[in-house]
Design a protein around this ligand. Structure first.
Ligand SMILES: Cc1cc2nc3c(=O)[nH]c(=O)nc-3n(C[C@H](O)[C@H](O)[C@H](O)COP(=O)(O)OP(=O)(O)OC[C@H]3O[C@@H](n4cnc5c(N)ncnc54)[C@H](O)[C@@H]3O)c2cc1C
Ligand code: FES
Length: 326
């Protein structure tokens, strides 16, 4: 049986138990959210022993080389001594100043952050924002490097949500916060400039898509780009004026705001964003897809896109999964 050593204490790892479960089930306070190797909130460092290969997947090379790993998907056969990243870990922990906060609609806050260190990211990737060392959440980057001076996030307030509530109610301009990342592969890759692109998002799922679209257009993407942004009612949509302006400027960009409720004014499509998208564009052979937001929407749409002809390698998706309880 392998032993996990953390903060000078030893913990026996049970069969088929992850390092995260081994520690948290015994009362150790650690950060985590998805518990499935996606969000990277749980990032730890092996200070003794070697983490499994699977637990380092998706991490940037600089972190991998320093033995960082994701304890929620780490099932080691041999002993490991582990630690949380601390402020001295410049590769893992990046301080940032809150530059501004403004509501984009009643529930979604635009957060502008100035990173204290260079953050190499692509529009559409996500960072982890920490309220304190053991509480962090993933938020997608709506900003575009070389176009926007600072990092931009769109944070939706969830009822009783710990981190989103803190961001909406307590965070103030001038405050310093801690970031980690970036992570994820939901971003624009230049190369095939004429490829057709479909982007579908619900709620704050617009955040990565807004970054990806502006990135693609600024890199000279010439193929048609269709954005379907969905909400129940008009109050849930945001950045509509900016997106309409983008549409007026770029002939290949199409913005289709979708409302699934009863009250649908002229100029809006009636129905769920993914249903409308497949009605308007039924064949997706050779299309590049970006799907972000509600996990159920992402799951259904990914499958439908594949059945409509999109290749799996051309489907980029970020499901905004909320934290999984212990
Ligand atoms: C890759 C990725 C990218 C993301 N990008 C974004 C983004 O750009 N914008 C965005 O707004 N979000 C994004 N998210 C979601 C985000 O990370 C958080 O999950 C979200 O903000 C909620 O966090 P929270 O701490 O506020 O809520 P939590 O405290 O984690 O709670 C989540 C929900 O569960 C409920 N809950 C909590 N505890 C319990 C309990 N014990 N019993 C029952 N219910 C409970 C809460 O009421 C709440 O509704 C992303 C997620 C991922 C994985
Ligand atoms: S990656 Fe471990 S909790 Fe999300």
């Amino acid at each position: 049986m392998a032993i996990i050593r953390y903060a000078k204490d030893n913990y026996d790892l049970e069969e088929n138990q992850s390092v995260l479960d081994c520690l948290t089930h015994r009362g150790v306070a650690l950060p985590f959210s998805c518990r499935s190797g996606v969000c990277q909130t749980c990032l730890m460092r092996a200070t003794g022993g070697t983490p499994t290969e699977a637990s380092q997947q998706g991490l940037k090379d600089s972190l991998r080389l320093q033995n960082y790993f994701l304890p929620c998907v780490c099932y080691p056969d041999t002993d490991l001594e582990v630690a949380l990243p601390d402020d001295a870990d410049a590769q893992a922990v990046i301080p940032a100043t809150v530059k501004s906060l403004r509501l984009l609609n009643a529930d979604i806050m635009h957060v502008e952050l100035e990173s204290h260190a260079q953050l190499d990211y692509r529009a559409g990737q996500f960072i982890n924002l920490f309220q304190h060392q053991t509480l962090g959440r993933s938020y997608s980057l709506a900003s575009v490097p070389h176009q926007d001076d600072h990092l931009h996030l769109h944070v939706r307030r969830l009822p009783q949500g710990r981190v989103s509530g803190w961001i909406h109610d307590e965070l103030r301009p001038g405050q310093t916060v801690e970031l980690r990342g970036p992570g994820g592969d939901c971003f624009y890759i230049p190369g095939d400039h004429a490829q057709s692109m479909m982007l579908i998002g619900t709620g704050s799922g617009l955040a990565p898509l807004y970054g990806i679209i502006r990135d693609a257009l600024s890199q000279g993407h010439t193929g048609p780009i269709y954005l379907f942004h969905g909400s129940r009612d008009l109050n849930g949509l945001y950045l509509s004026a900016e997106l309409r302006e983008l549409m007026a400027h770029y002939a290949n960009f199409n913005y289709i705001p979708c409302l699934s409720g009863d009250d649908v004014p002229a100029g809006y499509a009636s129905g769920r964003a993914h249903d409308i998208a497949f009605e308007q564009i039924p064949s997706l052979k050779n299309w590049r897809m970006f799907l972000c937001g509600h996990p159920e929407m992402v799951r259904i749409t990914k499958r439908k896109a594949f059945l409509a002809g999109a290749a799996m390698k051309n489907i980029y998706a970020d499901a905004f999964n909320v934290s999984q309880p212990l």
